[in-house]
Design a protein around this ligand. Structure first.
Ligand code: URA
Ligand code: SF4
Length: 201
């Protein structure tokens, strides 16, 4: 079935991705990490690629970075089960290296199909890799985080720091990555509550 077929569903797409060997990451993975959450979520998170625990379990953001993400969501009362969470590449890059351009190219049709099926109103990109992949013209993450962009003319896109970056910088002082992430997740909360992207800040 074509990825753009009207008959495609998240379940048939998942089945297909689980047996994918389009790129060399298929040779080193333990499990494909397709993504999980509410299939009709308004809010979707896109990370870089599975880490070790994700590769072992087949679930996105369940290792240390995932626990940090859960904390960030909980700080504004967002339940992880009500959002959709996935990554640019569905198989773990060995040693957690950044996925290559050709790996991301090979995997991207799956993310595009997930977005087309879920139809989120807002995509939050976590970290530089997914931000620059979806929006090549965006400035680096330190500049782009907290700014609302639009993706392909429709869906809002908000870059945020990757949760693993927060693990490296424990400070909560004004201006710290954690502080800035708290400002950003409050904007997400506001968008969920009002349907509007907050201006400024
Ligand atoms: N880092 C990511 O980018 N994605 C995961 O699923 C886990 C860690
Ligand atoms: Fe297929 Fe994507 Fe896994 Fe590569 S990373 S093997 S393209 S599912």
């Amino acid at each position: 079935m074509e990825l753009t077929s009207p008959a495609l569903t998240l379940d048939t797409l998942r089945a297909r991705v689980l047996s994918c060997s389009k790129c060399p990451l298929s040779e080193s993975r333990t499990n494909v990490v397709f993504g999980e959450g509410d299939p009709s979520a308004r809010l979707m998170f896109v990370g870089e690629g599975p880490g070790e625990v994700e590769d072992e379990t087949g679930r996105p953001f369940v290792g240390p970075a995932g626990q940090k993400l859960d904390e960030v969501l909980a700080s504004v009362g967002i339940d992880r089960a009500r959002v959709y969470i996935t990554n640019v590449v569905k198989c773990r890059p060995p040693g957690n290296r950044v996925p290559t351009r050709s790996e991301m190219e090979a995997c991207f049709p799956y993310l595009e199909a997930q977005i087309a099926l879920i139809k989120p109103g807002l995509i939050v990109t976590l970290g530089n890799t997914s931000t620059q992949w979806l929006l090549p013209s965006a400035p680096g993450i330190t500049k782009s985080r907290g700014t609302f962009f639009t993706w392909r003319g429709g869906i809002l896109l908000l870059p945020m720091f990757h949760p693993s970056y927060l693990l490296r910088y424990p400070s909560r002082e004004r201006g710290s990555p954690k502080y800035l992430t708290w400002l950003d997740i409050k904007k997400v909360r506001e968008w969920l509550d009002t349907g509007k992207a907050p201006v400024g800040g």
